[in-house]
Write a protein that binds this ligand. Sequence first.
Ligand code: AHR
Length: 320
Amino acid sequence: MTVQRRTFIAAAALALAGTTFPALAAKPLVMGFSQVGAESEWRTANTVSVKDAAKKAGVNLKFADAQQRQENQVKAIRSFIAQKVDVIAFSPVVESGWDTVLREAKAANIPVILTDRDVNVADKSLYVTLIGSDFVEEGRRAGRWLNEFVKKQPGKTFNVVELQGTVGSAPAIDRKAGFDEVTKGNAQLKLLRTQTAEFTRAKGKEVMEAFLKAHGKTINVLFAHNDDMAIGAIQAIEEAGLKPGKDIVIVSIDGVRGAFEAMIQGKLNVSVECNPLLGPLLMQTAKDVKAGKQVPKRLVVEERVFPAEVALKEFPNRKY
Ligand code: AHR
């Protein structure tokens, strides 16, 4: 009897006895994942979702935190290529500057899945699919809510300040575009100032303090590209002796717990949902890609708008 035949018979016997034969057990899929960082409540929920889903799906996850720096993501991707992982997934901190490293992944025959954020590359074959939100639509939803709000006070002009996300990132670019698209024709709205606060609470507070110093009580509306910046700004508004949600109407994006708490306290007027729970879909897509199945180039997740009026009722249902 040949060695292979003996091995096969032993494996079959063990399988029948309900035991897995290590040499023949299916190898787990190995995924290299480069995360943006830990800048927001949203990001933390996204990381937990990816790690939990990998565990449940039996995926061997190699996780790297880029601490908001593109060069760290490029390094991580190169290290995943060197380790010959089965799939690379990443949430790009900014849109541009990915062509070279993605070409290296393609040359090594490693499929790349984008999660959450898009890249700006001429050759779309450099990645398999993008799983995540429609950020332009999120911006439009924020703008449409504001249009409806100001309509109830005809004749009044509202001075708006805007806190943008990370410069050059897909959510900052797209949310601004969507918001501007639906509000630009509204004569009741006047944009006073717009500046980045990098999606963080600390920066949101700092930039809002500067806005208040320059424009004081003339500010009527804050549009923040995420909840964390809005929460930081709320602190600045309170410290300036004003009432967030009343003296200054606040519109933000994400729908994290902190935003719901602020809405319940009457300090935030609306949060447009951005769903961070992308882990399960990412793991399934990676397995499909590895199995040679065709996957859609774009997978968009469902999202809602939560005005303050529904916050108390919805709060117990929130998962992040
Ligand atoms: O890319 C998604 C955005 O990034 C979230 O809105 C924000 O909170 C995060 O940091």
